[in-house]
Design a protein around this ligand. Structure first.
Ligand code: SAH
Length: 393
């Protein structure tokens, strides 16, 4: 059982959390350590701003559409590939509009090359990672929205790094473009394909970088050539539960899938596992998630990492089922995921039998429940572990 959490408030009004002695407490961090901004990139601009930028360079307005087609339809920013542009202007346009933002420094493969994790170095040597997963009938990319994370969840590798900085829209979109490109060019076994799904489940708290993330989403769903033409329902924004930002997302009118990282149904334990819970309680967060469903019609996903003897008790499954049902039926489903243990952590994944019981209890309450795929866990998929390792070197 978790020891109760004592709450204090820092000078900034940010609640500081004092978890039990077993875990090293980290303060919540709302402001990034680094403030330097990456260079402005074509993908940071709205379609109108793209036109204004090319005109500013002395080009015809329609060049903006040509560049957009290169970037979003052919997944290229290389002037040599832009053969429909006059050679004289290609280089100048590409150099100004497509400054290099992310550089792959490590690539790890699993599942016969159908799972690929890439470590990227950014312009200031901040590091992020993305994971591409190809299944028989779909492809999913997990992207990072921040370098590091300030949410301090003790079981998460990224949470231990603290927040370095927010990514820009283009830094996020460049991860996406790289995935589209390698699928399109047939670099992933199974023949050329398109990216179907995108999850903001890499490094960072997407709703703490709201503006860049929502602008990314706009470009993902915009039809070609101004965007990638993805379906909003195939985009998942995962959050620790930043209630005001969840409300803002609700009213955006873009029906992305919302995933809420709950991990405990009771405030005592959740405040330890997801420290932002000291600011917004389980009930407040679930009410906000329920409203997301009401307004968007999108069923909310509840993420629940099953941690041995920590949050995997049958009574907690019952309490979770009751709290979800108290807010109506059919609005939510639960994705338990066996904990992917992080280096140095004393926590491990729940026993298989305990996991089965947890799932059975939730289903007994009528809650649709599916164990989340743990693909890539052998390459420390999507939990900030690769970047953490690099920092130790
Ligand atoms: N900050 C966002 C998104 C990034 S994490 C969020 O917290 O939702 C994506 C998911 O992976 C979250 O549900 C997170 O709680 C979970 N996660 C983090 N570390 C994990 C680990 N070691 N094992 C299993 N799931 C983990």
């Amino acid at each position: 059982m978790a020891t109760p959490t004592a709450r204090t408030t820092t000078a900034l009004g940010v609640p500081a959390v004092r978890p039990s002695d077993e875990t090293k407490p980290l303060p919540l961090q709302m402001a990034p350590r680094r403030r330097g901004k990456p260079p402005k990139h074509f993908a940071d601009l709205t379609p109108d701003e793209r036109v204004a930028s090319v005109v500013e360079m002395g080009e015809k307005p329609f060049r903006a559409k040509q560049l957009a087609a290169h970037y979003f339809t052919h997944f290229t920013s290389d002037p040599a590939e832009m053969t429909d542009l006059p050679k004289s202007t290609r280089d100048a346009l590409a150099t100004t509009m497509f400054p290099p933002l992310i550089r792959p420094t490590r690539r790890m493969e699993a599942d016969g090359g159908t799972t690929v994790k890439t470590l990227w170095h950014l312009f200031d040597d901040a590091k992020v990672e993305s994971v591409l997963m190809r299944y028989p009938n779909r492809t999913t990319l997990c992207v990072s929205s921040q370098a590091g994370c300030g949410m301090a969840c003790p079981f998460c590798a990224t949470g231990q790094l603290g927040l370095t900085r927010n990514l820009s829209t283009a830094e996020i979109l460049e991860q996406v473009r790289a995935a589209f490109r390698s699928l399109d060019r047939g670099e992933i076994p199974g023949g050329p394909a398109r990216l179907n799904n995108l999850v903001f489940m890499g490094m960072g708290e997407p709703l703490a970088n709201y503006k860049a993330v929502i602008e990314t989403v706009r470009a993902l769903v915009a039809p070609a050539p101004q965007g990638l033409g993805m379906s909003a329902r195939n985009i998942t924004v995962s959050t620790v539960g930043l209630v005001p930002a969840m409300r803002r997302l609700t009213d955006e009118g873009i029906p992305v899938t919302l995933a809420l990282s709950l991990h405990a149904p009771d405030d005592d334990l959740r405040s330890e596992l997801v420290p932002i819970n000291t600011r917004w309680s389980v009930d407040e967060t679930l009410d906000t998630a329920r409203r997301y469903f009401e307004v968007t019609g999108r069923r909310v996903s509840i993420e629940y990492a099953l941690i041995k003897d920590m949050n995997d008790h049958a009574w907690r499954a019952d309490l979770l089922g009751e709290k979800l049902n108290a807010r109506g039926r059919g609005w939510v489903h639960v994705n338990p995921i066996p904990l992917n243990p992080t280096p140095g952590s004393i926590w491990t994944a729940s026993e298989r039998s305990v996991e089965d019981e947890f799932v059975a209890r939730l289903r007994g309450h009528g809650i649709p429940t599916t164990i989340r795929d743990t693909r890539g866990s052998d390459i420390d998929g999507a939990c900030g572990q690769l970047a953490a390792e690099e920092d130790d070197e």
